[in-house]
Design a protein around this ligand. Structure first.
Ligand code: DX5
Ligand code: ZN
Length: 216
């Protein structure tokens, strides 16, 4: 399975998003991870539709939108219309899971289901035939720069379930990913690595991304 790096722009210089996006392109970053928080589902508020729309006009990089909002069903169509290529929403949100999956599929974006650290692997099994990706949080959603929580057991269960049932799904991990923790999650079966603080702080972004996505 091919590995990808998704750069979380929550850690970028927000006054220079244009330059930061050019930097991601120049360094061959696969995806731009766009964290949407509503101050209710999580204790933080970030950015939303107008910023995504502007980024979409600027770049062809894959826009990987992570919705940490209470009622994703209400907004998925508009995120797709404003440039989201992949939309992740949380199973712990208040929207009906299957209805939200269907709405994303109808919008034409790739569909991903996100789970918080306390949610078990089996919670996603029944939805896997309809998903392009499962997002396993390796921190409590809300902030960048937090300490990695080891979800290896959960990741390997999901990978095993996908393999056994012939589901072609990516497994994305988000939170505390660096040179060490990336090895752990890839060994367990994750292949899309979100990186915020570690990637944007790196002296050589290209080399760092290559290391993050290298095979284990
Ligand atoms: C946290 C966000 C993450 C965050 C990752 O709720 O979903 O995408 O920006 O940042 P790092 O890589 O610094 O943990
Ligand atoms: Zn995220």
């Amino acid at each position: 399975m091919k590995n990808y790096v998704s750069a979380s722009v929550l850690s970028a210089d927000m006054l220079s998003f244009g330059d930061e996006i050019k930097k991601l392109e120049k360094n061959g970053i696969d995806m731009l991870h766009f964290d949407v928080m509503d101050g209710i589902f999580v204790n933080n508020i970030t950015f939303g539709l107008p910023v995504l729309e502007r980024m979409n006009r600027e770049t062809d990089i894959v826009l990987d939108v992570h919705l940490m909002i209470t009622d994703p069903l209400k907004y998925v169509k508009r995120f797709a219309e404003n440039g989201a290529d992949i939309i992740s929403f949380h199973i712990e949100s208040e929207s009906d899971t299957m209805e939200t999956i269907n709405a994303i599929r109808e919008s034409g974006a790739k569909t991903a289901l996100a789970i918080k650290p306390a949610t078990p692997a089996k919670a996603v099994y029944e939805y896997m035939p309809y998903l392009d990706m499962v997002l396993v949080m390796t921190v409590e959603p809300g902030f960048s720069g937090q300490k990695f929580m080891d979800m290896s057991d959960k990741i390997s269960k999901i990978r095993k379930y996908a393999d056994e049932n012939g589901y072609d799904v990516d497994i994305e991990v988000d939170g505390g990913i660096n040179d060490v923790t990336s090895e752990t999650v890839k060994k367990a079966g994750a292949n899309v690595l979100v990186s915020g603080s570690y990637l944007f702080k790196a002296e050589d972004m290209k080399e760092t991304a290559n290391k993050l996505r290298s095979d284990v």
